[in-house]
Design a protein around this ligand. Structure first.
Ligand code: GLN
Length: 196
């Protein structure tokens, strides 16, 4: 169904292979992005979960910072977990001095839902299109959104906090959905944000 779409996955660090697996499941073409030139041939980009401190370093090492910012202004981007941290504006108590891309008007607290041992999976209801849809969400050292700009829309909450947000052509989730076979959120991204 999505065979005409080539979706880049930032593949310098973290959980990129599971996104490739889900893109295969829905029939889109996955393309790893490691160098600035890789951004030119893709219809959309996913920035995966992982470790934002390492991702921050690798983005500079691969010369990707300005090209990524430019890309987010031109095409749809979805950041999951560490990817969401990288898209946002400010990190609370930013001890590791991670420089975010500053393209999505949210602030976050890293590991705001607890450490690795407190990882959990739960079911959420998200505003995807015309009605609320259930999603299986996995939180692994997930960031907590502490501020949302006025143009940012909350698509799902957990524990009374926003965990899935959208601002124009940027989507960001605190949690992972790519670890299992539930492609609901990926299909929302492709259907509502990439093919429109
Ligand atoms: N806690 C990680 C960070 O700060 C994110 C964890 C994840 O992506 N699952 O980068």
């Amino acid at each position: 169904m999505y065979e005409n779409l080539t979706v880049g996955i930032l593949a310098i660090q973290g959980d990129f292979d599971r996104h490739r697996y889900q893109l295969d499941l829905v029939g889109a073409q996955p393309r790893p992005v490691r160098l600035p030139g890789d951004l030119s041939a893709i219809d959309a980009l996913i920035i995966p979960g992982g470790e934002s401190t390492t991702m921050n370093i690798m983005i500079d090492r691969f010369g990707l910072r300005a090209p990524l910012v430019e890309y987010t202004h031109a095409r749809p981007v979805w950041g999951t977990c560490a990817g969401m941290i990288m898209l946002g504006m400010k990190i609370e108590d930013n001890q590791a001095d991670v420089q975010t891309l500053g393209v999505l008007d949210i602030d976050v607290q890293r590991n705001g839902y607890g450490r690795q041992v407190f990882s959990f999976e739960d079911s959420l209801r998200a505003d995807l299109g015309h009605h609320k849809k259930p999603l299986t969400a996995t939180f692994i050292r997930a960031p907590r959104i502490t501020r949302m700009g006025k143009n940012v829309i909350c698509l799902a909450e957990y524990d009374s906090s926003p965990v899935l947000v959208r601002e124009g052509s940027i989507l960001a989730s605190s949690f992972h959905t790519e670890l299992g076979n539930d492609t609901t959120l990926l299909r929302y991204f492709l259907q509502e944000m990439v093919t429109r």
